[in-house]
Design a protein around this ligand. Structure first.
Ligand SMILES: Nc1ncnc2c1ncn2[C@@H]1O[C@H](COP(=O)(O)OP(=O)(O)OP(=O)(O)O)[C@@H](O)[C@H]1O
Ligand SMILES: [Mg+2]
Length: 248
């Protein structure tokens, strides 16, 4: 088991308003799974990803990643745990503009004091797969949106994380680029057995996953497994989203 979420509740207190963003939610993700999370706006998707990412704390329950209970870890330990076990791909890319693409991808390994020769070897192999070898010496401002997204993907993968967490990774891409990016994610999932947990509004993107979980009011509402042909899977995703009142 790569991820186990057991009875997790997250309550936001803002002034007099209490929001139960996650309400006693439980599920597990096995090694090599590719899971999409969908649900209407405000259903708790980002909150769920943030608590798994150790960016936010929970009020009740247990979250285990790679058999380690991440709740109650000190900030210092969490930072190290994040660097070693988690890969992030967020919508705004979060690439550092003063570093080249190569340096951006290498940053976590450099912090971990990995041997530069090994770093370069790993970067070359990974970037060949993601088709970004020819832009390694450019800066993030000098490449396209789709290329930036694949660089973010490489940066998330370079440390061989236990799990990659992606929040709306195709949110700023056009539909062409989005399908190139989803092909890439599917490839790293199939070929390297990388575990992926991805939040998306887009049923087409979700249909690349092996399983889709639907959230509603901070709870797991339903889930669909991709064991049919892909157009039927996409159809089922759209039906469930329509039922939930999502915008698709
Ligand atoms: N920092 C915060 N303070 C207070 N309430 C919050 C905070 N962040 C989120 N919420 C509330 O928690 C609930 C879940 O929010 P969350 O961002 O997880 O939804 P989401 O499913 O990601 O929605 P979207 O599809 O719009 O991104 C919402 O009701 C939201 O208003
Ligand atoms: Mg969100």
């Amino acid at each position: 088991m790569v991820l186990s979420v057991e009875g997790v509740t997250k309550i936001y207190n803002s002034g007099k308003v209490k929001t139960r963003a996650l309400n006693n939610i439980s599920f597990t993700v096995k090694e090599g799974e590719f899971v999409a999370i969908m649900g209407p706006s405000g259903s708790g998707k980002t909150t769920l990803l943030n608590v798994i990412a150790t960016i936010d704390r929970i009020d009740e329950g247990i979250i285990k990643i790679a058999r380690t209970n991440i709740c109650g870890m000190s900030q210092k330990k969490l930072a190290e745990f994040r660097r070693k076990n988690l890969g992030f791909i967020f919508q705004e890319f979060n690439l550092l503009e003063i570093l080249t693409v190569r340096e951006n991808i290498a940053v976590a390994l450099t912090i971990n004091r990995e041997n530069p020769l090994i770093i370069n070897e790993r970067i070359n192999k990974l970037c060949q797969k993601l088709d970004i070898l020819d832009i390694l010496d450019k800066y993030p401002t000098e490449i396209s949106g789709g290329q930036r997204q694949r660089v973010a993907c490489a940066r998330a993968m370079i440390t061989l994380p236990s799990i990659i967490l992606a929040d709306e990774p195709t949110g700023s891409l056009d539909s062409n680029m989005a399908s190139v990016f989803m092909d890439t994610l599917q490839k790293i999932n199939n070929e390297d057995n990388t575990t992926i947990l991805m939040v998306t509004h887009d049923p087409f993107c979700a249909s690349y996953a092996k399983r889709v979980m639907f959230l509603k009011d901070g709870k797991l509402f339903d889930e669909i497994i991709n064991n049919t042909n892909s157009s039927k899977f996409l159809n089922n995703i759209m039906k469930t989203m329509k039922f939930l009142g999502g915008e698709c």
